[in-house]
Design a protein. Sequence first.
Length: 346
Amino acid sequence: MTKGTTRRNALRLSAGAALATPFIATGSSAQGARFRWRMQALWPSGTPYYRVFERFVERVGTASGGRLQIQPFPVGSVVAFNESLQALQAGVLDAHYSAPSYYAGLEPALAVMGDLNGAYANAYQPAMWHEYGGGRELMTEAYKKFGVHYVGTVSFTLESLISKVPIRRLEDFRGLKIRAPAGVQGDIWTSLGVAVVNMAGSEIFTGLETNVINLADWTSLSQNRAQGFFRVAKYAMFPGFHSCGALDIAVNMRRWNELPPDLQAIVTMATRDFCRDQIQDNELQDYAAAKELPAEGVTLIDLPLEERRKFRELSRTVWADWGRRSPLAQQALESQEKFLKLLNLL
């Protein structure tokens, strides 16, 4: 038995008492019952994204009149960053705020739906596909087989690569080492001649400082700044070009079905507002960071339009490969390509 397996088993046992008593009834019907959830995010505590997550938690509590209370946990508090879907399935967590692309090994469609690198030009576009372009139905189907209910997508702004070396064309990536998740992203970087290292966001600073990696595919300009990465890496790709990820809120199916319809509606509506809040808050902070970072010795590099076009074309080859990996992945790819053509992005 590995150390990681021992830790997960211990967590299941230690969490058992809390999770086995999901609510304290205050009336004879579910409508008057009270519910408590344990929910892990994919961001460290104190970061801009985590603060927006905490606002979501507060809104659910207020809108429900205190009938649904969510206990938030930062990344790694209960399980590893890429284990929260399995934790939902096992009942270790009640809900998560995570990245579908982390679970590409469990269902390839989650990689295609979670972050179709090179596809979108702004954060509202993947949010539109998930809400109105067919993504909701496909995500629901993907999570259902894990006993998990997909509530909705939470997008954020275009990601900004952090780098220790200047990158002004795609050829400059060759031979570098990048922190990036497995899946579509990892395969695209590999095709560019980059060595991919999978690590948690909490390990990026040390990875850059010790040259385990030269650059990181993590998140937006302002979030990267908040985590201190520019103390050890003085280049950033901004505006971003490669990734506009779609995160999600998902809930253990049994715990979701325990909720009365009004609480389910509150969580669904709060998730939609969370998406708006995340995009707008993040974009405003990115603008501020872009004005201030040059004075801190950081060089912002806007990849030329022709290089961006080449990145999209290269990415489409990887998209096609991932679409062939499962019937659901092919459906998700075809749906998004149709949507991208509608937006004149293909």
